[in-house]
Design a protein around this ligand. Structure first.
Ligand SMILES: Nc1ncnc2c1ncn2[C@@H]1O[C@H](COP(=O)(O)OP(=O)(O)OP(=O)(O)O)[C@@H](O)[C@H]1O
Ligand SMILES: [Mg+2]
Length: 335
């Protein structure tokens, strides 16, 4: 049966090689380890893998091992019995059980803690586990697909990743090439995204001028397809007319490809409003919260000065309720 690419766009040789492996591996039950830089489309690929497998009509259960705190991840994966820990009010079924018959996608597996890695190894070897706080062994029939943007072999060398688990996962390695190595795919993808984001534009879908195309082909795309997608969305909103010209491209891209950015008519000049940037955050922060607190303090003080201390008026100037203003002032010890 032909492989359904499920929305993965691109025809470059490195991507075709990926499809060749996918076509072979999808119908099998083998464990697959997908690697590639951030934004290369690992998740999209794993979903396609499941959709093209004989488990397609069974659950696809993704879990982001990097996004869930270590203490919660174990019970997310394996479930827990009532009373297993303080907040375990009722029994919880874990993702491995929910996925029975289907596929579990362990995303960002490189972030997983060493103790949990042992348990994953057991599922891979024995297809069994216990819920947290439980003694009953549960059998599960799942296919495991893992992804990471780390180099797991290096992590093994550093002692951050178990060697035995690495080899168990790495049965079929698929490495997604970075976008900068996919040649003309950059333009195919750019046009695909422009088509998608152009649907609601009054002046129709944007086109890329020849010079802009050359630049996109030469840029390094550190954020890969995600960066390109976000960029095309931004262009679709910000560009007038129906062409993306050299001057529309952000400085970052122009500079890297050796083009001096043309002067921008809307650039803030002295005295004009300027959005704060990371330099300001570093000078006044150090954290985002500290920085925003200081901005808020200044605005509150100015509003109070302008309102000559009358809280009702100050609140009106700020567009907030009087009670909210008072709450803020109390919290900040400003009254
Ligand atoms: N070949 C492609 N064709 C169409 N869209 C793509 C392609 N590759 C990636 N995308 C889109 O780019 C975005 C990023 O893809 P995805 O989330 O799969 O990347 P990732 O490798 O998992 O990234 P991360 O490592 O940051 O988690 C998504 O919106 C996805 O739909
Ligand atoms: Mg991902």
């Amino acid at each position: 049966m032909a492989f359904d690419p499920c929305g993965i766009i691109g025809k470059s040789t490195p991507l075709q090689e990926v499809f060749r492996v996918l076509t072979k591996v999808a119908p099998s039950d083998s464990t697959v380890l997908v690697t590639g830089e951030s934004g290369t489309g690992k998740e999209l690929l794993v979903r396609a893998l499941h959709r093209n497998s004989k488990r397609a009509d069974k659950p696809f259960v993704p879990i982001n091992c990097g996004a869930i705190p270590r203490e919660l991840l174990e019970s997310e994966l394996f479930g827990h019995e009532k009373g297993a820990f303080t907040h375990a009010i009722r029994t919880k079924v874990g993702r491995f059980e929910l996925a029975h018959g289907g596929t579990v996608f362990l995303d960002e597996i490189g972030e997983m803690d060493l103790l949990l890695q042992v348990k994953i190894l057991r599922v891979l070897q024995e297809r069994e586990f216990e819920r947290v706080g439980g003694s009953k062994t549960i059998k599960t029939d799942v296919r495991i697909i893992a992804a990471t943007n780390r180099n797991l072999e290096e992590e093994v060398g550093r002692g951050n990743f178990r060697e035995d688990l690495f080899y168990r996962l790495n049965v079929i390695p698929i490495d997604l090439p970075p976008l900068r190595e996919r040649g003309e795919d950059v333009l195919t993808l750019a046009n695909y995204f422009l088509g998608r984001f152009g649907k609601n534009r009054p002046s129709g879908t944007l086109n890329l001028e020849q010079q802009a195309r050359n630049i996109l082909l030469n840029y390094s795309w550190p954020g890969n397809v995600r960066e390109l997608e976000n960029f095309m969305e931004r262009m679709s909103i910000l560009c007038d007319g129906n062409q993306i010209a050299l001057g529309d491209l952000p400085e970052k891209i122009l500079k890297e490809t050796g083009i001096e950015p043309p002067p921008r008519p809307l650039a803030a000049t002295d005295g004009a409003f300027r959005w704060p940037d990371l330099g300001d955050l570093r000078d006044y922060g150090p954290t985002l919260k500290d920085f925003l607190d200081q901005v808020e303090d200044r605005l509150l003080t100015q509003a109070l000065e302008e309102a000559e201390g009358v809280k009702n008026r100050a609140a009106e100037i700020l567009g907030i309720k009087r009670t909210t203003l008072i709450e803020k002032l109390k919290k900040k010890d400003m009254m």
